[in-house]
Write a protein that binds this ligand. Structure first.
Ligand code: HEC
Length: 156
């Protein structure tokens, strides 16, 4: 992945050099990724259907249904509002249990962007979803799919 990124950067730089462009244009080429954004704003127009496609990256390891059980990762049913590392019976890493993170759209956004950075030493082997809009779509999808039905007897 890194290799691809550098190759693209390399091509862009080459184009700039070939065109005898100034230095600030070269800088512009690398700004792309770190643009500021507001997850709440992105969520307002997020598309859960597109989020379902992003969830394909997660579904080998996570179920969404109430009785979905564990795959390599814990079930995500009832995710929003609960504290990280609290699904009974799942063998979480210690850092996950100790994190005290409460799952909200904001914490999920950071987690999915770079799990290893957000909770260092955790056991979820996943590199992260780079585009903020993809994450917003995924979060919108998860909000809809993992919601505990009102009146549900066991809210696990
Ligand atoms: C290769 C398997 C794998 C993939 C892929 C994966 N996860 Fe995980 N996930 C895990 C494991 C294992 C844990 C528990 C980590 C720990 O205990 O350190 C976890 C933990 C989590 C948690 C915390 C759950 C809780 O009960 O606190 C969330 C939320 C989560 N993953 C969401 C996602 C999402 C969303 C994706 C896709 C973008 C994803 N995961 C992709 C394996 C995976």
């Amino acid at each position: 992945m890194c290799y691809r990124y550098f190759r693209i950067l390399g091509i862009i730089l080459l184009l700039f050099v070939a065109g005898c462009s100034s230095d600030d244009q070269q800088q512009e080429a690398s700004v792309d990724n770190g643009e500021p954004y507001d997850i709440t704003t992105l969520l307002a127009t997020a598309d859960p259907k597109k989020g379902a496609a992003v969830f394909k990256l997660c579904q080998v390891c996570h179920s969404l249904e109430q009785k979905g059980g564990f795959k390599p990762g814990p079930g995500l049913y009832g995710l929003f509002g609960r504290t990280a590392g609290t699904v009974p019976g799942f063998a979480y890493s210690k850092v996950m249990v100790d994190s005290q993170v409460v799952w909200t759209p904001e914490t999920m956004d950071h987690w999915i962007e770079a799990p290893a950075k957000f909770i260092p030493g955790n056991r979820m082997v996943f590199v992260g979803v780079k585009k903020p809009q993809d994450r917003a779509n995924l979060i919108a999808y998860l909000q809809a799919e993992t919601k505990v039905a009102s009146g549900s007897v066991d809210g696990e």
